[in-house]
Design a protein around this ligand. Structure first.
Ligand SMILES: Nc1ncnc2c1ncn2[C@@H]1O[C@H](COP(=O)(O)OP(=O)(O)O)[C@@H](O)[C@H]1O
Ligand SMILES: [Mg+2]
Length: 321
C-alpha cells in the first residue's frame, strides 16, 4: 500500500514561497472563519511539502488565530483521528484517494481540501484546460482562452499529419499529457518542425507557442483570495528564427528556475498584471467548475495585445502565501 505519496514534488514550490512580495487581492471569505472557537486542521502531506508549507512562521501565525495543524497518522484509520474541522491533503496514490473520498462521504461536516477526483482532473493537461476552454470570458475586461492544442495518445509517426490536419502553427510546445509530480512529467520541448515530433514519446499535448514578451503571471487562488506574481518565462520567437531552425529542443523549467520578475525593469505593456476583474471572474468560474479551492493558474498575455490572455497550466495546492 502506498500512502505516503513519495513523489518528486515540483521544485517550483520551493521558489514561489520566496517571491511573494507582490499584490494580494482579497475579495471575501473562502474558508471557515473563526471568531471565538478554535479550528483544527488535520494534514496529510509529503515530508517535502510539509517542510515547505508548514513553516514555523505559518504555524505561529495560525496559532495566534486559533488554528491548529495536526498531522494525520497514515497508519491509523482516519475516522479514529480528530475531530478535524478541515482536512488538508496532497498525497498521491489510489489507496489514499479512496480513504479520503470515503472520509468525505462519512464526514460531511469536515471541509476536505480538496475532493480527490477534482484534484485528479488537473493531472491531465487536456482535462485541466478544458474548463477554461469552455468558459466564455470574451467580454470581461479582457479575453481568456487556451492555446490551440492537440493530444497525441499513441503512434508518434502520425504526428506530422495530425499537426497539418489540425492546422497548428509552429513552433509547438510539447508537454507530457499526464502530470504526476515527477520530473519527467515536466520535461517540455519546443518543436520547430512537425517531422521531428515523430521522435517523441506519446501520450503528449502539442500546444501552439504564444509569444508573451517573456513574462508569465502566476495566479494563486486560495478560496476567494487571489494573489498574482510575475515570473520570467520563454522569450518571444521570430518568424526568422522559425525559418532558420528545425528540430525538437528540450527546454529547462524557465519560470521556476529564474528569479521573480516582480521587481524587474520591464516594458509596462508586458509587466502590467491582468485586470483584477478578469482574474476574479476567471477564479470564480474555475473554483466552481473544478470544484477546487487551492490552486494556481499560469497565464500569459499575447504579445502586442493589452487584454488577450491564455491559461497554459493549472496546478493543485502549490506553495503560496
Ligand atoms: N503555449 C505556450 N506558449 C508559450 N510558452 C509556453 C506555453 N506553454 C508553456 N510555456 C512555457 O513553458 C513553461 C512551462 O509550461 P507549463 O505548461 O507551465 O508546464 P509545467 O507543468 O512544467 O509548469 C511555462 O512557464 C512557459 O514559460
Ligand atoms: Mg507551470
Amino acid at each position: 500500500m502506498r500512502l505516503n505519496g513519495e513523489i518528486e514534488e515540483d521544485e517550483e514550490e520551493e521558489k514561489v514561497a520566496k517571491s511573494l512580495n507582490s499584490q494580494t487581492y482579497s475579495t471575501g471569505i473562502g474558508f471557515p472563519q473563526l471568531q471565538s472557537q478554535n479550528l483544527v486542521v488535520g494534514y496529510a502531506l509529503t515530508s517535502k511539502k510539509k517542510k515547505s508549507f508548514l513553516q514555523p512562521k505559518l504555524i505561529r501565525l495560525a496559532w495566534n488565530k486559533g488554528i491548529f495543524f495536526v498531522a494525520i497518522d497514515l497508519k491509523r484509520p482516519l475516522s479514529d483521528q480528530g475531530p478535524f474541522d478541515v482536512v488538508l491533503h496532497k498525497l498521491s496514490g489510489k489507496d489514499w484517494c479512496n480513504i479520503i473520498e470515503d472520509y468525505r462521504q462519512k464526514h460531511p461536516e469536515v471541509t476536505v481540501l480538496d475532493p480527490p477526483d477534482a484534484i485528479e482532473h488537473l493531472h491531465n493537461r487536456q482535462s485541466m484546460l478544458q474548463d477554461v476552454a469552455d468558459l466564455n470570458l470574451s467580454d470581461c475586461h479582457g479575453k481568456v482562452g487556451v492555446p490551440r492544442q492537440l493530444v497525441i495518445s499513441k503512434d508518434p509517426s502520425s504526428i506530422p499529419h495530425e499537426v497539418n490536419k489540425a492546422g497548428l502553427q509552429l513552433p509547438l510546445v510539447v508537454k507530457p499529457l499526464v502530470v504526476d509530480g515527477s520530473a519527467k512529467s515536466h520535461e517540455l520541448f519546443l518543436a520547430y518542425d512537425q517531422f521531428s515530433l515523430a521522435e517523441l514519446e506519446p501520450p503528449l499535448v502539442l500546444q501552439e507557442f504564444v509569444n508573451h514578451g517573456g513574462i508569465l503571471f502566476k495566479v494563486y487562488i486560495v478560496g476567494e483570495i487571489i494573489k498574482v506574481v510575475r515570473r520570467f518565462s520563454l522569450p518571444n520567437f521570430s518568424k526568422h528564427e522559425l525559418e532558420k531552425v528545425a528540430g525538437v529542443f528540450r527546454f529547462p523549467r524557465v519560470s521556476s528556475a529564474s528569479a521573480s520578475a516582480d521587481d524587474a525593469d520591464l516594458e509596462p505593456s508586458v509587466a502590467e498584471h491582468p485586470p483584477l476583474l478578469l482574474l476574479e471572474k476567471l477564479a470564480r468560474e474555475l473554483r466552481r467548475r473544478l470544484g477546487l479551492r487551492l490552486f494556481n493558474i499560469d497565464i500569459i498575455r499575447e504579445h502586442g495585445t493589452r487584454d488577450v490572455f491564455y491559461v497554459i497550466d493549472i496546478n493543485y495546492f502549490p506553495e503560496q502565501a
